[in-house]
Ligand binder design. Structure first.
Ligand SMILES: *Cc1c(COP(=O)(O)O)cnc(C)c1O
Length: 430
């Protein structure tokens, strides 16, 4: 395709990055199930290894099927490049890797996916990195948490699972004042509901496992770069601005300009950390992403209907969905996420922990799984599963207290979903 700016989202989700296969004319993107690529000659091989020429060497770094998906996601997010990874959690490490050194920290929202809280609280310490968690609605606290060793701010557009929506333009302003990038996990919103780069984010990460693939088949992740951060401005990002010994002293930012972060992610990140997406996974995600906008419209429409029905039901205590006027973030969601506040929300059942367990066990259409963003409707009780490792305070801060269940509303007939919830609530609260 020519310039992406000439086309609408519905066209780009099908065509961006793809072209008929040059060898066969195959219209659908082939699964290039190969580990390595034959060099034209020894000079070609040397040029590829020196990063003097862009091309395929080995599928830990690049693969043509994965490359199509990378371009597709970068285009949908309005970025200049993307690196696909083996999972969403891999993408988070890959996003931070070019920015961080031992002793550096990331300032993160208190309202994050439970696995991310875990990764940031404990695991990244093994690299000598750390995280400070702050409430992103308190911009003074956010500013105060940033110190000389802070290299990124990290939040989620629509936070999973508490019904929180981040004021990305306000947080982006703080990041800009501090001269550090804002990283937004856009998994729950998808670029159909929110384009964080347009609102000031530098980097976007995804768990493609969720809505982008859309049908619960493969794990994957992506890191998208806006291409508009000046990595050489303040000496905080030596990986990008200083000579890289592994490539004969090449300086990534100076050499590759707006593509430097993406190239670093591939040439150093994937090369040495190996968190690579495989071409089969890329194929499934390419299949899914073609219908992203259609699915998201239906996900949101169903979520609105079901959230409103639950809120009016006497067996339900509260519903936290930013698409309902009762949400403290309703106005913000209307303004920043006008197509809808996603399809993921929590509700509290009268009867607390035990009623939640009975509800989960009584549903027939909803599946009890640790996943979200599937065509199928899903439910989980975070306090006994995904958020089990967190302290009760962390659970409540993340919107996943003991009396709360999280639903990921699918694209089935909404009346069937309501009937299912009705019968299960009857059993749960009997
Ligand atoms: C699932 C998820 C992740 C982690 O992604 P994986 O593909 O499971 O590694 C990160 N952030 C959010 C918001 C998620 O929903």
């Amino acid at each position: 395709m020519s310039d992406a700016a000439d086309f609408g989202f519905d066209t780009l989700q099908i065509h961006a990055g793809a072209r008929p296969d040059p060898a066969t004319g195959a219209r659908q993107t082939p699964i290039y199930q190969t580990t390595a690529y034959v060099f034209r000659d020894a000079d070609h091989a040397a040029a590829l290894f020196n990063l003097q020429e862009v091309g395929y060497i080995y599928s830990r770094l690049t693969n043509p099927t994965v490359a199509v998906l990378q371009e597709r996601i970068a285009t949908l997010e309005g970025g200049v490049g993307a690196v696909c990874c083996s999972s969403g959690h891999a993408a988070q490490i890959m996003a931070l890797f070019p920015l961080m050194q031992p002793g550096c920290n990331v300032v993160a929202s208190t309202r994050l996916y439970g696995g991310t809280v875990q990764q940031f609280s404990n695991t990244i310490r093994k690299f000598g990195w750390s995280a400070k968690f702050v409430d992103f609605d308190d911009l003074d606290a956010l500013r105060a948490a940033i110190d000389d060793d802070t290299r990124a701010i990290f939040g989620e557009s629509i936070a999973n699972p508490g019904g929180y929506v981040t004021d990305i333009p306000a947080v982006a302003e703080v990041a800009q004042e501090a001269g550090i990038p804002l990283v937004i996990d856009n998994t729950s919103a998808t670029p159909w509901l929110c384009r964080p780069i347009e609102q000031g984010a530098t980097l976007v990460v995804h768990s493609t496992t969720k809505y982008l693939t859309g049908n619960g088949t493969v794990t994957g992740g992506a890191v998208v770069d806006s291409g508009n951060f000046d990595w050489s401005a303040n000496g905080k990002f030596p990986s990008m601005s200083e000579p890289e010994p592994a490539y004969h002293g090449l300086k990534f930012h100076e050499t590759f300009g707006p593509l430097s972060y993406t190239f670093y992610g591939i040439a150093i990140g994937l090369r040495d950390l190996g968190m690579t997406m495989n071409p089969q996974a890329a194929h499934y995600t390419l299949m899914g992403i073609e219908t992203l906008s259609l699915r998201m419209q239906r996900h949101v429409e169903n979520a609105r209907k079901i959230a409103a029905w639950l809120e009016a039901d006497p067996r339900v205590e509260t519903v936290t969905y930013a698409g309902l006027p009762s949400s403290p973030w309703y106005e913000r969601a209307q303004k920043l996420y006008p197509r809808g506040a996603g399809a993921l929300f929590t509700f509290a059942v009268k009867g607390g922990y035990d009623a939640c367990i009975r509800l989960v066990d009584s549903l027939q259409i909803f599946s009890h799984v640790a996943n979200l963003g599937d065509t199928r409707s899903l439910i989980i009780h975070p306090a006994s599963t995904t958020h089990r490792q967190l302290t009760p305070e962390q659970q409540i801060a993340a919107g996943a207290g003991p009396g709360v269940v999280r639903v990921s509303i699918g694209i089935e007939d909404p009346d069937d979903l309501i009937r299912d919830l009705d019968q299960a609530l009857e059993k749960a609260t009997a």
